[in-house]
Write a protein of this length. Structure first.
Length: 258
């Protein structure tokens, strides 16, 4: 099952469970009022306020963290494009005879980097592309070092090698950025709080003789939608919210190399 289908199913299940628990909570409240009268629920408002405040804070912090990681991933793509572009330009410092081979390796390297993220849903394809990228990376590094050493080229060593090193370092940053997410327990607690809040919200509606479907559906829908957006932000190459548009920077850079 795809990520979109999984998250959609999970969100719809959460929405349905919240509606059921809202109704259960309302019926429990009605039964309690019949037993104890209108004034028989002291302290409930304080408990409700605490749970709702905790859920709101958790949603806010989780959303903020997911949004920050989303922006960081986009920034890393631009940073990698700048690093590759800088190293590409500084190849001009090498002897003319060495440049064609090294530029061909640069093109191959960038192709392998783009391939990693074009088929991100296929783990085996991604791992194979990442392995090829690492091989091309090592070959490119060795070719540049050899070209800088015979004859010695101090200017190329001082400018091209650090740029190439930065280009390589960013690949590790991007790889790790795709693996950093909120711990699963955070999402589990968030959903558990949403379900608990549904019971309390339904309990608080017990004073109404009729079911408040608009309020119940609205509360369940907004909460479920907020959790869905957080999940989508956490995995921006699998859902509807994507960082693929930022890849255009690398695609344009590759086109400029031909």
């Amino acid at each position: 099952m795809s990520f979109i289908a999984t998250t959609a199913t999970l969100t719809l299940a959460l929405f349905a469970c919240m509606l059921v628990l809202l109704e259960i909570g309302r019926r429990l409240g009605v039964r309690r009022q019949k037993q104890d009268g209108e004034g028989g629920t002291p302290g409930v408002a304080a408990v409700e306020g605490s749970v709702f405040a905790l859920m709101g804070l958790l949603i806010a912090f989780t959303f903020s963290g997911a949004s920050s990681r989303f922006e960081a991933r986009r920034a890393l793509i631009v940073e990698e494009a700048n690093a590759i572009g800088t190293a590409w330009l500084r190849v001009d410092l090498l002897p003319d005879a060495a440049q064609p081979d090294i530029r061909a390796r640069f093109r191959s390297y960038l192709d392998s980097r783009l391939e990693i993220y074009q088929e991100f849903t296929d783990i085996e394809t991604v791992q194979a592309a990442l392995a090829r990228s690492n091989v091309v990376q090592l070959e490119l590094w060795k070719a540049v070092i050899d070209a800088c050493g015979e004859p010695p080229l101090p200017q190329a060593t001082m400018l091209l090698v650090p740029a190439l090193n930065q280009m390589i370092d960013i690949t590790t940053s991007r790889t790790m950025a795709t693996q950093f997410h909120q711990p699963t327990i955070i999402f589990a607690v968030l959903m558990a709080l949403a379900l608990l809040a549904s019971i309390l919200a339904g309990y608080g509606m017990a004073g109404s003789r009729k079911q408040r479907w608009i309020h119940m559906i609205g509360f369940a829908a907004i909460t479920s939608a907020a959790i869905y957006v957080i999940l989508d932000l956490e995995y921006p190459r699998l859902g509807f919210i994507r960082v693929d548009a930022a890849d255009q920077v690398l695609i344009e850079l590759r086109a400029s190399m031909d």
